[in-house]
Design a protein around this ligand. Structure first.
Ligand code: PMP
Length: 417
């Protein structure tokens, strides 16, 4: 309801002040309406300060030094791991592997668990709405092993076709990989139910949490997924930060991803034995400052509360949907029912090219994304080449929605002239 959004945004306006970039204005004095958080989020002062402070006061290589500075750096890195584990309610911090992003997390699973467990003729199930990051790693693996890939179809309103999922599961796949929330359609998939169905069929699950972990409470023990991949940079953390959650028993049974320093127990010229989990998967010097920054991001989000984050985005999305539906010729993709969608809205505006829409919005200092959003199979299914996408996060407010709507009306007026 519009009134409750207004109530909410009154408090939420203060959050915006924590983000230095959002307090900038363009050459025309317009403030930035940043509506591209699904690609990467902005960073609050506390995260910037954590990274800055790390380099000023703590910087040293970790896990090797016997001097104070190195021990402090190690302690901060491991403390960040505990914070991330707590954030997704992992049973142990050892179940969290630091990676650069969701893409790396999924490739890690494909190249380690996948190479060991997928054989010729095996079936990997993905979905039509997956990001390329949750498709291409499985294609590479399937090509190498001679495995097959099938994708769960979607309904016309952008939900997974659960009966088709059932049909694919009846074929006995080894792996089911799917997005918790679609980065193009905003669809929130029934992740716990899909995991349960996949497990009943004997499959291992990989949940792409790139668009869920930053935006809603995600509890890996409730989901019961075997793996969950997410990007720190989409959840207020530094670029180059991300994590893979994996059930400890599975991680312990997996060979290393990359070889090098930090991931070994004993090395001879001919062969090596490997460190325990998670060090086994973190070869070389990690991005310590970025992990520390991710810890600060988690702390910031926990101070707000993830349920509140979800509710704020839900309210803004509802408001935006109402307003966008009032624009003639605007076609919104994804589920109509508000409870089924997160804070990402993909749309087309008549036959104006999405890139032109985004360029006109940019003139108003409204930042949105246009393109296939790394979801070409989904675009093919929708019969589209591209959409314009607006996505919300903690720092967005009603004014951003107004700016989006008036920019879209201006785009229509320009193209009608
Ligand atoms: N999966 C989804 C659903 C995403 O939205 C994204 C980022 N657009 C990715 C995977 C890849 O994330 P990253 O680029 O951080 O690896």
């Amino acid at each position: 309801m519009v009134s409750s959004v207004t109530e909410k945004t009154r408090d939420w306006l203060k959050i915006r002040d924590d983000f230095p970039i959002l307090n900038s204005v363009d050459a025309r004095g317009q403030r930035l309406a940043f509506l591209d958080s699904a690609a990467s989020s902005q960073k609050p002062e506390s995260v910037i300060a954590a990274v800055d402070c790390y380099y000023r006061e703590t910087n040293a290589n970790i896990h090797r030094g016997v001097y104070d500075l190195s021990e402090r750096a190690t302690a901060q890195y491991e403390a960040a791991r505990h914070m991330v584990a707590d954030f997704v309610n992992a049973a142990s911090a050892r179940e969290i592997v630091f990676v650069r992003n969701t893409t790396e997390a999924i490739n890690l699973v494909a190249q380690t668990w996948g190479r060991r467990n997928i054989a010729a003729g095996d079936l990997i199930v993905v979905t039509t709405m997956d990001h390329h990051s949750n498709l291409v790693p499985w294609q590479l693996l399937a090509d190498e092993k001679g495995a097959r890939i099938e994708a769960v179809r979607i309904t016309d309103d952008g939900r997974l076709d659960m009966s088709h999922l059932g049909e694919l599961l009846a074929m006995g796949p080894q792996l089911v990989a799917f997005p918790h929330v679609s980065n193009s359609l905003g669809t929130i998939n029934p992740a716990a139910e899909i995991v349960r169905m996949a497990h009943d069929a004997g499959a291992v699950t990989v949940v792409d949490g790139a668009q869920s972990v930053p935006h809603m409470p995600v509890d890996v023990r409730e989901l019961d997924t075997d793996f969950l991949a997410f990007s720190g940079h989409k959840m207020l953390g530094p670029m180059g930060s991300g994590a893979l959650y994996g059930k400890l028993a599975l991680l312990e049974d997996m060979p290393p991803f990359m070889g090098g320093g930090g991931m070994i127990r004993k090395v001879s010229i001919e062969r090596s034995t490997f460190a325990d989990v998670p060090a086994r998967f973190e070869a070389g010097t990690p991005s310590v400052a970025d992990a520390v920054g991710l810890g600060a991001a988690v702390e910031y989000l926990q101070q707000i509360g993830m349920a509140e984050v979800g509710e704020h985005e839900h309210n803004l999305t509802q408001l935006a949907v109402e307003r966008l539906q009032g624009i003639p010729e605007l076609r919104l993709y994804g589920p109509e029912k508000p409870g089924l969608r997160g804070g990402t809205l993909s749309f087309t505006l008549g036959d104006i090219h999405p890139h032109d829409v985004a360029a006109i919005l940019n003139e108003e200092n409204v930042a949105v994304r246009a393109g296939h959003h790394c979801c070409q199979p989904l675009m093919d299914r929708l019969g589209l080449v591209a959409t314009t996408r607006a996505s919300f996060y903690v720092y967005n407010d009603e004014d951003d929605v107004d700016r989006l709507v008036s920019g879209l009306r201006r785009a229509q007026a320009i193209f009608a002239a």
